[in-house]
Ligand binder design. Structure first.
Ligand code: PBG
Ligand code: ZN
Length: 328
């Protein structure tokens, strides 16, 4: 039997040097965004049981952590403020408190690290409302326009605290445009918007809702977050947020939605982020703890997959361990 010598893809795989020469996709630390949960008590530190390796941190502990992460090469963070139950109410008023956990964290991080650090601030109400929904509720329904008004107020507070990007994660219609106008009216023309443009109603957010104590107290989020069955709708949502003035678009979750990342990538020239969400993180962690998966190899493979699908920016709880462990 004579085989053709012409078509030998294996020639490019002979050695590590050959493979790295032919490699099409890379993950660089500059592309990683590390999420943080901020506690109201300054020196607090609480592990999150369903997210091993991730702690909720008070601002003091957060500053130390971010400084260490900067040394590793993590130059961007995504912040979620947390509040205790007795501070939650129907409109999530603690979300727009300029002295709340989130605005304080933004201010102190920017004061400490300035332009060495990109601070992205999640804008939502679910961690601050007593009903756990991302907007204003009336007769058991989440209202759109009154929610946008509240979310815009929250975004303004984060921007005034110094956030580089505000990141609305609520999925109300028209909030990107409303936030853009509010920022511009106040002269904050350089504050960007990272839009959770395509956010599905996903069971993969389970551990996050433990961490942030933000689970809806009735019903679910399917009247505002997207149906996992849809991809044309994702392109529509992405176009809308771009036309309303978003600077960066996001698809969330990432791994079960790589086709959506690809579809949105083809439709926009904006930078595209993929959010490797809590449940995706915890599933890998749980399997690795049991010795069923090689954590570093699986994390690398997952992050590469997001990049290959077309994501420029990877928001991932694995960021620190990936760099510490040399997994990339
Ligand atoms: C709040 C918000 C959620 C996440 C980011 N922002 C939870 C939700 O929509 O219920 C999920 C992040 C994760 O699971 O890592 N709107
Ligand atoms: Zn929310």
């Amino acid at each position: 039997m004579t085989l053709s010598r012409l078509h030998r893809p294996r020639r490019l795989r002979r050695s590590a040097a050959h493979r790295s020469l032919a490699r099409e996709t890379r993950v660089h630390p500059d592309q990683l965004v590390m999420p943080h949960f901020v506690l109201p008590e300054r020196e607090a530190r609480e592990p999150i049981p369903s997210m091993p390796g991730i702690d909720r941190l008070g601002v003091g502990a957060l500053l130390e952590r971010v400084e260490a992460d900067l040394d590793l090469g993590i130059r961007s963070v995504l912040l979620f403020g947390l509040e205790r139950h007795d501070r939650k109410d129907a409109t999530g008023s603690a979300a727009s408190d300029p002295d709340g956990s989130q605005a304080t964290a933004i201010r102190e991080l920017k004061r400490a690290f300035g332009d060495d650090l990109v601070v992205v601030s999640d804008v939502c109400l679910c961690g601050f409302t007593d009903h756990g929904h991302c907007g204003i509720v009336e007769n058991g329904r989440v209202l759109n326009d009154p929610s946008v008004e509240r979310l815009t107020a929250v975004a303004v507070v984060h921007a005034e605290a110094g956030a580089d990007f505000v990141a609305p994660s609520d999925m109300m219609d028209g909030r990107v445009g409303a936030i853009r106008r509010a920022l511009d009216q106040r002269g904050m023309v350089d504050t960007g918007i990272l839009a959770y443009a395509v956010k599905y109603a996903s069971a993969y957010y389970g551990p996050f809702r433990d961490a942030a104590d933000s689970a809806p107290q009735f019903g679910d989020r399917r009247s505002y977050q997207m149906d996992p069955c849809n991809v044309r709708e994702a392109v529509r949502e992405a176009r809308l947020d771009e036309s309303e003035g978003a600077d960066i678009l996001m698809v969330k979750p990432a791994l079960a939605y790589l086709d959506v990342v690809r579809a949105v990538r083809a439709e926009t020239c904006l930078p595209l982020a993929a959010y490797n969400v809590s449940g995706e993180y915890s599933a890998v962690k749980a399997a690795a703890e049991r010795g069923w998966l090689d954590e570093g190899a699986v994390v690398y493979e997952n992050l590469v997959a997001m990049r290959r699908a077309g994501a420029d920016i990877l928001i991932t709880y694995h960021a620190r361990e990936a760099l510490e462990g040399g997994w990339l």
